[in-house]
Write a protein that binds this ligand. Structure first.
Ligand code: NHR
Length: 198
């Protein structure tokens, strides 16, 4: 929302929709005059019926792109197919490493010295879609999951708007597992943490 306004995108955020009535993003959207809706998964007795209601709500707004942000419910194949090629997610790891939950702790437990985030097209297989952009940060001695997550969040806030804008500009093409960007520019970002990386 901020990047769209600040950088004058040829696009608008048409709605913010959450399964959680208390999501901070809803209040932020409302404060910025953007439509919101809630589809509470607890009111549905199956993933299929929740996803069907969610899709109905999304399609009311006729979006060109669906952007998952902190969305924590595994989506059914039918839902994903409905938005094939027009739904993005950001996952807080350097995929294909560490799909699923508790990614920062997974990275710490594995002892990796570089961690990151991945923007990818959403496919039925969790956290496995074609990769649009990745950003990397160092793992620093003494990090816990919260410290690592906070360092990474800055990178997420840079690469996700960039990737969404590429989509809006019609510059992304999916070729098998790979995503081409035309004209080309770096689809990666390395955090500049010079001197901090012991
Ligand atoms: N659905 C599909 N089909 N494919 C993907 O790539 C998806 C998806 C739904 C969400 C986001 C993903 C993340 O980046 C995402 C990608 C939730 C879970 C999960 O296990 C896993 C991955 C992601 C989001 N959710 C539990 C569930 O039973 C609930 C966990 C909770 O509520 O805390 O749905 O992280």
């Amino acid at each position: 929302m901020r990047a769209c306004a600040r950088d004058g995108w040829p696009a608008r955020v048409c709605a913010v929709i959450s399964n959680r009535p208390d999501a901070a993003g809803l209040a932020f959207a409302q404060a910025n005059g953007i439509d919101t809706a809630v589809v509470d998964h607890r009111e549905f007795d199956s993933r299929e019926s929740f996803d069907a209601a969610l899709a109905r709500e999304i399609d009311r707004f006729e979006p060109d792109l669906v952007v998952l942000a902190g969305f924590m419910r595994v989506l059914t194949d039918g839902f994903v197919e409905h938005y094939a090629g027009r739904m993005l997610n950001i996952h807080p790891s350097l995929l294909p490493l560490f799909p699923g939950l508790r990614t920062h702790q997974q990275a710490l437990d594995a002892g990796v010295r570089v961690h990151g985030a991945t923007v990818h097209f959403v496919t039925p297989t969790l956290d496995h879609g074609p990769i649009v952009a990745q950003g990397a940060v160092p793992v620093i001695a003494g990090d816990d999951a919260a410290a690592l997550a906070a360092r990474l969040l800055h990178i997420e806030h840079m690469i996700y708007p960039r990737a969404v804008r590429w989509f809006i500009e019609g510059r992304l093409t999916v070729e098998g597992e790979r995503v081409a960007l035309t004209p080309s520019e770096p689809q990666w970002l390395f955090a500049d943490f010079a001197g901090e990386g012991a």
